[in-house]
Design a protein around this ligand. Structure first.
Ligand SMILES: Cc1ncc(C[n+]2csc(CCOP(=O)(O)OP(=O)(O)O)c2C)c(N)n1
Ligand SMILES: [Mg+2]
Length: 329
């Protein structure tokens, strides 16, 4: 597991610990919801594709593992492929769908920005700063939030969070990390030791160009130039590994106030966006399908002793009536 040394020393990655069944159950439910929504949009492409959108299909496990562990005092900047983060911090499918149809009741932007471009300030959820549609642009503002939090702590004006100090999460696609903005952000986070997690979801695609065409190295090698940021590479399609790594890293950031990068390798199972269709240019669809997080999650559910009967009950509970005939295998 590649890891750069932090100023406080490298932390050895912990072994996978057992996750409570109720967490596995909830994660599965969220994954079913996200997957069903993506399939619903696809089945109604004529209606949903008028307004551009992307979905988290393939990236669900890592996103759910993150969203489930954030607290109201935390900050997160999800990008356009992060609808599973939004669902797992507690947004309802209906609320999220309002943005896909550009409705005025869309809680993020009143229908003014496209799908999964959130901004949020609810008391019971992590805070989401407004962000640009230019990729990677969330890196500097989120690093600035972490800087502000640190300033408040150092000057004694931060609230007392009883040992649960806030973390900031900046979610990024692999290709967006080639941008200068991201380098600026890493530079300051490393130098000043800010309490931030950069979650890099690496699907090896940059719209229709692949990793071989667009980058000289992945984020783990790039990050070696930023002394003081610790890096973990994981299989982001594996919920257990994702959940445990995020748990450990967030706990360290809450205590030690220093930056991390989690490099999550994920398949891309949906279109780049509704307007840029995968069948036009992808020759790796079969290989990516083999890494689908959904069957892996189902296996985990079975291993956790959740029976067929309960599973059937869950399917019926989490599937709105309007979603009949959608894929449930
Ligand atoms: C600054 C900027 N450059 C280019 C684009 C066009 N663009 C939109 S999405 C995208 C691909 C980003 O890929 P990645 O960050 O890996 O995320 P993924 O879509 O693969 O999840 C590009 C190049 C943009 N929106 N903003
Ligand atoms: Mg990508």
């Amino acid at each position: 597991m590649p890891a750069t040394a932090s100023k406080k020393g490298k932390t050895p990655a912990r072994k996978n610990s057992k996750i409570e069944s109720k967490i596995i159950w909830r994660a599965f439910e969220l994954m079913c919801t996200a997957k069903t929504m993506a399939e619903k949009y696809e089945a109604n492409a004529k209606m949903t594709s008028k307004y551009v959108h992307a979905t988290s299909r393939g990236h669900e496990a890592i996103q759910i593992a993150l969203g489930m562990q954030l607290k109201p005092q935390d900050w997160v900047a999800p990008y356009y492929r992060d609808d599973s983060i939004l669902l797992s911090i507690g947004m309802k499918p209906y609320e999220v769908m309002l943005q896909v149809f550009a409705k005025k009741d869309d809680p993020f932007s009143g229908g003014r920005t496209y799908y999964s471009h959130p901004s949020l300030r609810r008391d019971d959820m992590p805070k989401i700063p407004h962000q640009s549609s230019a990729t990677g642009m969330q890196a500097i503002p989120t690093t600035g939030v972490a800087m502000g939090i640190r300033y408040m702590e150092k000057t004694g004006i931060a609230p007392d969070y009883k040992g649960e100090n806030p973390v900031v999460v900046c979610s990024l696609g692999d290709a967006s990390c080639t941008e200068g903005e991201v380098s600026e952000a890493f530079q300051m986070a490393a130098l000043k030791q800010f309490p931030i997690l950069y979650l890099v979801q690496d699907n090896e695609w940059d719209i229709s160009a692949n990793a071989k065409e667009t980058r000289a190295q992945d984020i783990t090698f790039y990050a070696q130039g930023f002394k003081g940021i610790e890096v973990r590479t994981i299989d982001g399609s594996n919920f257990e590994e994702s959940y445990n790594t995020i748990k450990e890293v967030i706990e360290i950031i809450r205590k030690e106030r220093r930056p991390f990068i989690i490099h999550a390798k994920v398949p891309l199972l949906g279109h780049h966006t509704s307007g840029v269709r995968m069948e036009w240019y992808r020759d790796d669809l079969k290989e990516h399908a083999l890494r689908d997080p959904y069957p892996k999650m189902k296996k985990l559910v079975t291993q956790a002793g959740i029976t067929e009967k309960k599973l059937f009950q869950l399917k019926n509970e989490s599937k709105p009536k309007s979603m009949n005939n959608l894929i449930w295998h």
